[in-house]
Design a binder for this molecule. Structure first.
Ligand code: PSU
Ligand code: MN
Length: 306
């Protein structure tokens, strides 16, 4: 396969792809901007271990020294986690600059999908995606993640979206862009920390085999975009909706009061919610990522069988 000149596959990822074995992509913004050190590195390494236990090869994606990495080493993951927010949060608009200047970047859902697709990886596990922010009717703050889902054929397994976003408008946007939203074992869009949001997904799917079949059909139909799989947080780790929603409201109020905007908004809200709920939200966050990694690994296995 002719590889992109800026792309480096790790030896393990290259071997798995060449042999037609399952590979699961992972993002790095969650490491550098989404969790504090050292939990970020511990979680990233534990997620990789879970993917291996489930028979797939993990490919943590990042930009290091201007190279697009599909498969980071343990040392690279440690570096991304330790440098934290000093690493550029890299969305689609940042990629060319990071490559041209030989810089580092922590990839969001957007750039992880882009690099996964360049590498030939079809499935990606994360925690939550970006979406339409509350108040977007005046701020126009809509995550580039939604546009990427519309144009890049990668299946993204997440735990829904946090209600720091306007979940109803996020679903409307995905509908406009033709992105299927599938609920794994549920009819309802999960709200990241909680299993329910009150909004319906497009379809409920109950097995990794069917997830794989839908994705395969999309590719065979020649549809351009990706697919969103929303996997509810396991019951025992889900949070009390009253507690988490109060923290989110407070975080949003502080965000507005400080005039935070642009790419700083999501990391600010995530950090503030974590601070307001103590360690509880971080523990839930880690568990839902593990849960998504298991589902993505099993689905990746079905994708390679077909
Ligand atoms: N939502 C989360 N956790 C995260 C993110 C979003 O619950 O870590 C990160 C992801 O990398 C996502 C990005 O792609 O934030 C979206 O940022 P923005 O809203 O600026 O597009
Ligand atoms: Mn934004």
């Amino acid at each position: 396969m002719e590889l992109h000149p800026y792309l480096d596959l790790s030896p393990a990822v290259a071997a798995a792809l060449a042999a037609g074995k399952p590979v699961v992509a992972l993002e790095s913004t969650i490491i550098s901007h989404g969790m504090p050190y050292p939990q970020n590195v511990e979680t990233a390494l534990a997620v990789e271990a879970i993917i291996r236990e489930n028979g797939a090869t993990p490919a943590t994606i990042a930009v290091i020294g201007g190279r697009l990495k599909a498969g980071c080493t343990e040392a690279e993951i440690e570096y991304l986690g330790k440098r934290g927010t000093a690493i550029t949060k890299a969305s689609r608009r940042d990629l060319a600059m990071l490559v041209a200047r030989g810089m580092d970047g922590a990839t969001t859902v957007t750039t992880t999908m882009m690099i996964a697709h360049m590498a030939g990886i079809e499935i990606f596990a994360t925690g939550g995606i970006g979406g339409v922010h509350r108040g977007a009717e005046t701020t126009m703050d809509i995550s580039a993640d939604l546009e990427e889902l519309a144009q890049t054929p990668v299946m993204v397994v997440c735990a829904g979206a946090k209600s720091i976003l306007d979940l109803g408008l996020t679903l409307e946007y995905l509908e406009t862009k033709g992105v299927p939203v599938l609920g794994y074992g549920t009819d309802e869009l999960p709200a990241f920390y909680t299993r329910r949001s009150g909004f319906k997904v497009d379809y409920r799917v109950d097995s990794p085999a069917e997830l794989a079949a839908v994705f395969r059909a999309s590719r065979t139909l020649g549809l351009r975009g990706g697919m969103l799989v929303t996997n509810p947080i396991p019951e025992q780790y889900s949070m009390d909706p009253a507690v988490i929603n109060a923290a989110i409201d407070e975080a949003l109020a502080q965000c507005r009061a400080r005039g935070i905007h642009g790419k700083e908004t999501t990391p600010f809200l995530l950090a503030k919610v974590k601070e307001l709920t103590g360690g509880d939200s971080l523990a839930s966050n880690i568990q839902l990522v593990f849960n998504n990694a298991r589902l993505a690994s099993r689905t990746a296995a079905c994708l390679t069988e077909g």
